[in-house]
Design a protein around this ligand. Sequence first.
Ligand SMILES: Cc1cc2nc3c(=O)[nH]c(=O)nc-3n(C[C@H](O)[C@H](O)[C@H](O)COP(=O)(O)OP(=O)(O)OC[C@H]3O[C@@H](n4cnc5c(N)ncnc54)[C@H](O)[C@@H]3O)c2cc1C
Length: 404
Amino acid sequence: MVVVGAGPVGLLTAYRLQSLGLSCLVVDKRTAPSKASRASTFQPACLDRLAELGLLAALLPQGRQVSLLRHLALPSGERRDWSLACLQGQTQHPFRLHLEQHLLCELLLQRLTRRQAPGQPPVLWGQALVGLGRNPAPDQPGRLEAWVQRSDAGARPQRLTARWLVAADGAHSTVRQLLQLPFDGHDLPAPVVRVMLAQLPAAVGAELAGLTYLRHPLGSLSALQMRTDWRLILRPGAAELDSALADDRWARERLGQLFSSVCEPSVWQDLPMVHDHYRVGQRCVGVRQVGRCLLVGDAAHITNTRGGLNMNFGLLEGLDLADSLASASNQSAAQQQLAVANWASHWQERTTSVLLARTARLLDSNPVFEPNLGSGSPERDATVLIKACLLDLTISRNNRNHAR
Ligand SMILES: Cc1cc2nc3c(=O)[nH]c(=O)nc-3n(C[C@H](O)[C@H](O)[C@H](O)COP(=O)(O)OP(=O)(O)OC[C@H]3O[C@@H](n4cnc5c(N)ncnc54)[C@H](O)[C@@H]3O)c2cc1C
């Protein structure tokens, strides 16, 4: 088995494959693990699975558990709070864990290293997949052939063979391109602006819960409290883009405007902050399996980061892929193909009906102001919450039953 890509999805899939007794080789074109700030939310459905795998205990102290979500309208001050505690009974972890994704990757690398022979790295860093050769159908004899190349100048491509290739090589997946699979969808017209601050003005901090969606006539803002800082996501309009992306002045001014009913706009001017921006889009492949290549994570789908679902979905589908491959590993070629085809069709269907559908809805509406929320009935709130914001807690459970 070859896993291409040592991001969270590739590493967790490899970890699970190895736990189930399947050997696999992980390659990544980077020369070292990334510490970039990307996904920072782990949802209850994922936390349940990470706990089952013995990974969560080491992660919990590194993150912030957030169970209170707030919808806040300014300048009116209208607000609605709801607690993920209403998910008690449906999950062992009725909270979001705000944690940088690279901390999961670091833990997985440590655990994978322990399983390697001394001196053997768990990932072949600096090895890019550059070509695919033979790719026989799973019920046909023969192995898949792939070519990897070291990043140093002049290195020659090396041939690898494997029974399966798991493509977890991210949004710009080389495997997907080599297979000529369309990645249909759209990009949002404007990037989002993210600011990271160690501290908020005290009056603003008092208004925000660990996850707050703010609505204001000038625009929306999402605020996430991490263990040691705050992430504020701002959404500039098309006409503001040049200034919004150039430096942090637009963000300081916008924050001053959004919170002007709470504190003096000038307090934002000298606050230390890190400012960046990123593009968001919504795309997915039409199929997850081509011969012996299987696509997971961002290689198969990207979504708007609002709601924090995309990585979580990739982790769940990667774990289920490992389970499916392991359960069929000693069976006939036809049965292996059936297990993989079941996995592929199940997760493709869930990608469109759950992941893409929900993230599109999160973009259109603000679930904080859902009329059905705060109904006084914890059961009804839980249902609305799960449908509006969280991965359906049953998607992994249903799936684990479907092929077995
Ligand atoms: C700013 C930002 C914020 C986000 N916030 C959230 C959030 O809050 N919640 C959420 O769920 N998601 C979020 N996401 C999305 C999340 O980061 C991704 O869904 C997640 O990283 C996907 O993991 P992955 O392992 O599939 O891909 P990646 O993390 O992209 O990893 C792919 C790996 O493949 C390697 N690779 C690429 N090409 C090759 C090749 N040819 N050969 C070998 N290796 C290769 C890369 O070097 C990389 O290490 C966010 C994304 C961004 C950019």
